[in-house]
Ligand binder design. Structure first.
Ligand SMILES: [Zn+2]
Length: 297
């Protein structure tokens, strides 16, 4: 029996099945913009077959967490930005600069939201950071259509309350939908890998009722727990309360909900948060910490 198991483990089919299934979410940043919570700001990394392939947001502190996770810039396929707030994008220049010191030779696509009167669109945002002779870090202009080996290619995700497919290549597809984050253009993403999927809410307050459509039946749904149930005013305009988290999860029926973007407003209120969520959603709920990993089986 043992011998049979050993032979089975060595069979190419078993190895293939295993490799197809090895998808892992790693939380690089589980905090918000505050600097007193010992957490990096928002950032997530999807590992596929041991390779660090897809980054979602890259807020302050995420670059150090990226290093700690032994991720490799050369393995990155794409970056998805939920929105352009500092706590979701601040370490991007550090990532681009670090790429210079690797053997990376590729065009790295970066997706992010459309613009409005409050925020630039993603292409403009990247241009303002790195463009030759104009950008804040204009000495990095070679990475935008110049001679550098690592080219950053920015794409705007347009406003849409219907789920749109951004790309579908090999066994990976990325879907997106607009979510309500006050005046800030914001996008939720679903990454499908084979028959598995991970959905990222980003910051949002639930008003568009779009996340539940995007996340329907997803394996892992990462939701931002930035405010407590008692939130009012701007906080409630920007972020979902635990009750809203529960209602969306109940409609989406994910395998697991992971609560992240934890701030001083919600840290130490975990029991309260869970009991509000439980009023409508009875499935699995876990809290994220920096470095947490979640395997999709
Ligand atoms: Zn945020």
């Amino acid at each position: 029996m043992k011998k049979l198991l050993f032979l089975l483990l060595l069979s190419p089919l078993f190895l293939l099945a295993q490799s197809n299934q090895k998808i892992m979410l790693q939380v690089l940043g589980s905090g918000g913009p505050e600097m007193n919570d010992k957490r990096a700001s928002s950032s997530y990394l999807i590992w596929i077959d041991g390779k660090s392939r897809i980054l979602i947001d890259f807020g302050s502190g995420a670059s150090l967490r990226f290093e700690e996770s032994d991720a490799n810039i050369e393995e990155l396929d794409m970056i998805l930005l939920t929105h352009l707030h500092i706590d979701h994008t601040a370490d991007l220049p550090a990532l681009l600069k670090a790429g210079f010191f690797t053997n990376i030779k590729k065009v790295l696509p970066l997706y992010g939201p459309y613009g409005n009167s409050t925020m630039p669109d993603t292409k403009t945002f990247i241009r303002r950071l790195f463009e030759d002779h104009k950008g804040a870090w204009q000495y990095m202009g070679d990475h935008l259509g110049g001679k550098a080996d690592l080219q950053l290619s920015a794409h705007n995700v347009e406003y849409s309350r219907e789920v749109q497919t951004l790309l579908a290549e090999n066994n990976i597809s990325v879907e997106a939908v607009s979510v309500h984050h006050g005046m800030i253009p914001a996008i939720a993403y679903r990454v499908n890998i084979g028959n598995k999927s991970l959905t990222f809410s980003g910051d949002m307050n639930g008003e568009f009722h779009t996340l539940e459509k995007l996340a329907k039946g997803t394996d892992i749904l990462i939701m931002h727990n930035a405010v407590p149930q008692t939130a009012t005013g701007t906080a409630a305009l920007l972020h979902m309360t635990p009750q809203t988290i529960g209602e969306i999860a109940q409609k989406a029926q994910p395998g697991t909900v992971i609560l992240s973007h934890r701030m001083s407003r919600t840290l130490d209120k975990e029991l309260e948060t869970i009991s509000e969520i439980r009023k409508s959603y009875k499935g699995k709920v876990k809290f994220a910490d920096d470095g947490s990993t979640f395997l999709l089986l």
